[in-house]
Design a binder for this molecule. Structure first.
Ligand SMILES: O=C(O)C1=C[C@@H](OP(=O)(O)O)[C@@H](O)[C@H](O)C1
Ligand SMILES: C=C(OP(=O)(O)O)C(=O)O
Length: 409
């Protein structure tokens, strides 16, 4: 039975906002510590280097936030690029909005996608409209630069808002840095203002916590999580509520969150996860392994993340015999259908350069000993200590060459 206390990594979403906000004050605040993961490392490097080429790897937040940040650095021209996948994650809506604010941005290669060549200038801002159904990161990027625009920003969000808690996180952190905003209905207004430097401590990552909730659900172990904040700015703190229907109760004991098994399983899970897209893989894999049919909606944005997560989940769960349907490119559904699988061969889970595929599927080893996770080091995007932490609670791991192993069977 897995047992132990996990010291969770810090939130990369908060870290990357805090680094931008601090940079906008001329780095005059003191940030105690930021997340130690790839997505934050690339942000730190990009903000400290003076070269005209910036490579942000696979970090969506860094790509979107830095596009707005560099657009408002007068006199500086920067080309920003990333991994091959990043160069296929759309950015046109943000570029269009920034152009309406006065920015000068060119597409280096494919229209609508990174790499971007950004000629920094003073942004005028004003009254603009932005479809908010593709990525909240575009909204957050605009908001953080908004108070420094000549006329501030009145941003009308159309087409339905995805990942809303991340927008609230941005506004909440801007408030910590002394900037007021108004968010009424679908309009966010930020008047021209200055950021005040502050000292800040980044809290632990609730998205990372989700994998330990999953392990608890699949094992009824004795696990505690350290570093989380009770009144978190992270919408993924909702994981605690999602898992009450998946057999996990969680309770604070001082500053530690204790996970406890509970007999209460919701017989069929129906959820809208449009506010917690990063929890989808954890919840879907948990439901399948517990044998709980599910209909999970609000997943349209999963197609443009580190990989197409809808397809990746469907294909990898099929290797475990679960027949999942993708409905309208927005929902995942499982009514209990299973297909035959070859149990004489080891199960190899492909991760598609997606840290959350590795982390959400690893706990399946509790049901299928010998499970292989391909390209396991992909977890460094947000949680480099993940495998160490698994070992610390009693899991064993070993490095194998999956292809050689499969070929020799
Ligand atoms: O603003 C952020 O920190 C994030 C917003 C979400 O992206 P979308 O807004 O693109 O859904 C989330 O999936 C991502 O991991 C982090
Ligand atoms: C979607 C994610 O990250 P990003 O969009 O910032 O690359 C994630 O971490 O799950």
């Amino acid at each position: 039975m897995p047992e132990g206390i996990i010291d969770l990594p810090l939130s990369k979403s908060i870290s990357n906002r805090v680094l931008i906000l601090n940079a906008l004050t001329g780095n005059r605040g003191r940030i105690e510590r930021t997340a130690e993961c790839d997505d934050t490392a690339v942000m730190l490097t990009a903000l400290s280097q003076t070269s005209d080429e910036v490579n942000i790897g696979a970090a969506g937040t860094a790509m979107r936030f830095l596009t707005a940040y560099f657009a408002m650095q007068p006199g500086r021209t920067v080309t920003i690029t990333g991994t091959e996948r990043m160069c296929n994650r759309p950015i046109a809506l943000l570029v269009d909005a920034l152009r309406q604010c006065g920015a000068s941005i060119e597409y280096v290669d494919k229209e609508g996608y990174p790499p971007l060549k950004i000629h920094g200038c003073r942004l005028t801002g004003g009254d603009i409209t932005l479809p908010a159904s593709v990525s909240s990161q575009y909204v957050s990027a605009l908001l953080m630069t908004a108070p420094l625009m000549e006329h501030g920003l009145k941003l009308t969000l159309t087409d339905g808002i995805v990942s809303l808690p991340y927008i609230k996180m941005t506004l909440g952190l801007m408030k910590e840095w002394g900037v007021d905003s108004d968010f009424t209905d679908n309009v966010i207004t930020v008047e021209p203002q200055h950021y005040t430097p502050v000292d800040f401590k980044v809290e632990a990552d609730w998205s990372a916590a989700s994998y330990w909730y999953e392990i608890e659900a699949l094992s009824s172990g004795d696990l505690s999580l350290r570093g989380l904040s009770r009144n978190s700015l992270q919408g993924d703190s909702h994981v605690a509520d999602f898992f009450t229907g998946l057999g996990v109760n969680s309770e604070w004991d001082g500053d530690v969150m204790e996970l406890m098994p509970s007999p209460d399983l919701t017989p069929r899970i129906t959820l809208d996860m449009s506010e917690q897209p990063d929890l989808a893989q954890t919840v879907v894999v948990t439901c399948a392994m517990l044998g709980l049919p599910f209909h999970i909606t609000g997943l349209s944005t999963l197609k443009i993340k580190e990989t197409d997560r809808l397809t990746a989940l469907r294909d990898e769960l099929r290797k475990l015999s679960f027949v999942i349907d993708i409905v309208d490119d927005n929902a995942l559904e499982w009514e209990g259908a299973r297909c035959p699988v070859d149990t004489s061969r080891p199960v190899v889970i492909d991760t598609y350069q997606d840290h959350r595929m590795a982390m959400a599927f690893a706990p399946v080893v509790l049901y299928i000993p010998g499970l292989i996770i391909r390209n396991a080091d992909v977890v460094t995007k947000s949680y480099p200590e993940y495998w160490d932490h698994l070992r610390s609670i009693g899991f064993t791991t070993k490095e194998v060459d999956a292809d050689t192993l499969l070929n020799n069977i």
